[in-house]
Design a protein around this ligand. Structure first.
Ligand SMILES: NC(=O)c1ccc[n+]([C@@H]2O[C@H](COP(=O)([O-])OP(=O)(O)OC[C@H]3O[C@@H](n4cnc5c(N)ncnc54)[C@H](OP(=O)(O)O)[C@@H]3O)[C@@H](O)[C@H]2O)c1
Length: 300
């Protein structure tokens, strides 16, 4: 297959490139820094700065994951504009280009997050649950999904991947937590009762590959392990695997004052379940958080 990726240089994109390159697929990454693509994604992966550089080569699939990091800094108006443009405007550009393509790919797999549901409280969230609240992250994911779904009008199968927190050894959310936890300064956020839907990077790669290959798969899929945990249990599990105490709570008020609207992402949560992936026959390798963390961080 010839697969085009946006966000191919990111945490998930790099892991996908490594997986697909081993299987012999032809890979192209649309990037703001195309010259860095072979170094980041593998020597045989082509980087392009403009979609037009693809010319008439046929594509089989497009995987759309680009987006500025959502939890890196407070959501000022300027930051929100960037978060929006880097996902929605970029996906619109992709669609405009797909419209002109003579040989259209069969499938577009586009990113989203469990944040699509908003803060779900205690509710179990399935793919057919409507958004519970409309905070900024939910609006962003909603617009991202709606834009990608327009590719259905071009005869392209669209899969939407509502991803939970991706657990990886060398990046993402876990890497940021490691230093405070290793220093013994880790602990729950706020009251720690909020739910966290998580997924091991190996399962994230496997489920994206699975959904790409299933001709019947279309629409939204919760991409998270079947056993979400509460934030306090996550902190305890991380402390256990690192052999450090994880008892120092970060008070909700401090997070609200320090991070503003972004604090909603940490103090709220989602109890999302991967119902549709289960129905489609996908099996997770990591269903239990302790095993996933031990695999990534344990002293094997
Ligand atoms: N990791 C998670 O836990 C998680 C959870 C839920 C949802 N997601 C979503 O899934 C997608 C992939 O996740 P990831 O962790 O692999 O992301 P990542 O490591 O942050 O990489 C995202 C990629 O997006 C591109 N990008 C960054 N800023 C951009 C900007 N201002 N304009 C255009 N492109 C920009 C970059 O590619 P270039 O530099 O090559 O242009 C970057 O490699 C993201 O959109 C993320 O929001 C991730």
């Amino acid at each position: 297959m010839h697969i085009l990726l946006t966000g191919g240089t990111g945490l998930i994109g790099r892991a996908l490139c490594s997986h697909w390159a081993k299987q012999g697929h032809q890979l192209t990454v649309w990037s703001r820094s195309p010259q860095q693509v072979p170094g980041l994604c593998g020597a045989q992966v082509r980087g392009i700065g403009q979609l037009e550089e693809l010319g008439d080569v046929g594509l089989d699939a497009v995987v759309n994951l680009a987006g500025a990091p959502i939890a890196d800094r407070p959501w000022t108006r300027k930051r929100k504009t960037l978060l929006w443009a880097s996902r929605i405007t970029l996906t619109e550009q992709l669609l405009a280009w797909l419209k002109l393509c003579e040989q259209k790919p069969q499938v577009l797999l586009s990113g989203s997050a469990v944040g699509w549901y908003g803060d779900g409280g205690e509710r179990e969230l399935h793919e057919d649950t409507p958004p519970v609240c409309e905070d900024f992250a939910a609006q962003l994911c909603g617009a991202w999904e709606e834009t990608a779904l327009r590719a259905e009008d071009l005869g392209i199968r669209v899969v939407l991947v509502r991803t939970g927190l991706v657990l990886a050894k060398d990046g993402g959310f876990l890497k940021r937590l490691l230093l405070p936890f290793k220093l013994g300064l880790g602990g729950p956020l706020g009251d720690g009762r909020q739910w966290m839907s998580w997924v091991h990077l190996a399962d994230q790669v496997a489920l994206i590959d699975f959904l790409l290959q299933q001709p019947q798969a279309r629409g939204p899929y919760n991409a998270c392990a079947p056993e979400p945990v509460r934030n306090a249990d996550f902190a305890r599990a991380l402390g256990r695997v690192l052999h450090r105490p994880a008892i120092l709570p970060a008070p909700a008020l401090l997070l609200r004052v320090g991070l503003g609207e972004l604090s909603a992402l940490l103090l709220g949560g989602q109890r999302a379940l991967p119902l549709r992936l289960g129905e489609a026959g996908f099996t997770f390798r990591f269903t239990d958080l302790d095993t996933a963390l031990e695999d990534l961080l344990g002293r094997h």
